[in-house]
Design a protein around this ligand. Structure first.
Ligand SMILES: [Zn+2]
Ligand SMILES: [Zn+2]
Length: 455
């Protein structure tokens, strides 16, 4: 049951003291990617000492792999409870309090392990349910479509807000190559795009390290860079559903999860490009429009955010005295709140509360950051110069047949303009968006981006 992957193996069930001063550890112990992997489940469970799983799937994933999992367990004489959530027609099940309630109500309290069959919602829900009920978690993945295959957190929708909760990382990840390689191209491309987003979020993380002295770990960043390199290598073979390409992509997604696990939050895997994705996702939820795959939106967001880094790389040094003199002319808290009510609608209260705690737009905090940005401008600009060109990533997305611009998935221009200007309010996380706001350039850059990408 060992991993077939050299890049993942060193991090299975590990704990080590890192140069960053922290101890990194992972409970994730078994990674299987091979044809017919589901058939190995009974043996695997008995070796690990589990006898009674609670299976969670949805209508789609039950058809893809749930049926087969039940059959395999039945044949082996393993008793289990299986709960199949009903997927809405033509869209994905939202990972919200309703879905979680349904899982809780069908729960087998005597089950000794939770098995989720699926990749997105079902994985997030199962991982969280496993965490709150104190049982180990096993994931049977159905598509390499996002980087949360192995992760200790779960993004769930609560009161219309997407919130990241602590969750149980899987003890075992089972990837049946027969199923994974047959995943629709849009799912493969979404998985790759989720990793391509790391080009941006690694820059955001380093940027925050420079500006705010935020914790930063080079080991974790390196794991993520390996994932990005592997993904770039895989993109050529995805369109033809090449076995090797899908295997390499899945490994990259697993590595990204491990990196998140090591940092204890999603910092190494989620920056401004994810804020764009989350913002659009919320708007679609409000409007009742079927969701678009997470990674697909992240890919589009990545192109936009890399444009901001490219602009930063070319920018003249700001006149910091003028920026400071202008602080009083920015939106007042009342005006800003009005904008939050317009953009975040039912979710506005949460956003306003967050800002009251984070105070990232507070004039005093802004002045403090401006001093650092002024002093370290050359370093910041040197970092921006390491960013790939937005067009390069645009071309990679194009070659995979993935969505490249907001209109490709029906995101209206207004949402793009708002996500660039206010997507940063979703989290207390420093990114290129906050930096552009700090130096008074965000509105101007938002306009340029809408002009270029929303025609
Ligand atoms: Zn470290
Ligand atoms: Zn993601």
């Amino acid at each position: 049951m060992s991993s077939q992957s050299k890049s993942i193996e060193p991090y299975l069930n590990c704990s080590f003291e890192c140069g960053c001063g922290r101890t990194h550890s992972s409970l994730f112990a078994h990674y299987i990617f091979e044809p017919g992997a589901i058939k190995k489940l009974p043996k695997l469970l008995s070796q690990l000492g589990y006898v009674r799983p609670y299976l969670i799937s949805d209508t789609h994933t039950h058809e893809i792999a749930g049926c087969q999992t039940e059959e395999v367990l039945q044949k082996a004489g393993i008793s289990f409870t299986s709960h199949v959530l009903k997927s809405p027609e033509n869209s994905d099940l939202p990972a919200d309090e309703n879905a979680l309630g349904s899982i809780a109500m069908a729960n087998d309290k005597d089950a000794d392990i939770i098995i989720s069959i699926g990749t997105g919602t079902i994985n997030d829900l199962g991982r969280y349910f496993s965490y709150i009920t104190g049982r180990p978690f096993l994931l049977v993945a159905t598509a390499p479509s996002m980087d949360g295959l192995v992760s200790g957190v779960a993004p769930l929708v609560f009161h219309n807000m997407k919130i990241t909760f602590s969750a149980q990382e899987p003890l075992v990840l089972v990837c049946d190559a027969d199923i994974m390689t047959k995943a629709p191209l849009k799912m493969l491309a979404a998985g790759a795009a989720d990793i391509l987003g790391k080009y941006n979020c690694l820059l955001d993380w380093k940027l925050s390290h420079i500006v705010n002295d935020e914790y930063y770990c080079e080991t974790i960043a390196d794991i993520m860079r390996t994932a990005v390199d592997q993904t770039m290598e895989s993109t050529k073979g995805l369109a033809s559903h090449d076995d090797q390409a899908v295997s390499v992509l899945t490994e990259a997604l697993v590595l990204s999860g491990i990196a998140m696990d090591f940092s204890g939050n999603s910092r190494p895997a989620s920056g401004a490009e994810h804020h764009q994705s989350h913002y659009w996702e919320m708007q679609f939820l409000f409007d009742g429009i079927p969701a678009v795959l997470h990674g697909t939106k992240v890919g589009i967001g990545t192109v936009l955010m890399l444009e901001l880094y490219n602009a930063l790389a070319e920018m003249e040094r700001p006149d910091f005295d003028a920026v400071r003199a202008n602080i009083a002319n920015r939106l007042s808290m009342e005006e800003w709140e009005q904008e939050m009510r317009r953009c975040y609608r039912d979710g506005a209260d949460g956003i306003i509360e967050l800002e009251k705690k984070a105070k990232k737009n507070d004039p005093e905090n802004l002045s403090g950051r401006l001093l650092v940005i002024e002093e370290r401008w050359d370093e910041i600009q040197a970092l921006a110069k390491t960013a790939p060109k937005a067009d390069e990533i645009y071309q990679v997305l194009a070659k995979m047949g993935a969505a490249k611009v907001p209109a490709d998935v029906g995101i209206p221009n207004q949402y793009v303009s708002d996500s660039i200007r206010y997507g940063k309010e979703l989290r207390d996380r420093y990114t290129i968006l906050q930096l552009m706001w700090d130096i008074g350039k965000l509105d101007e850059e938002a306009e340029l981006l809408v002009e270029k990408y929303c025609r």
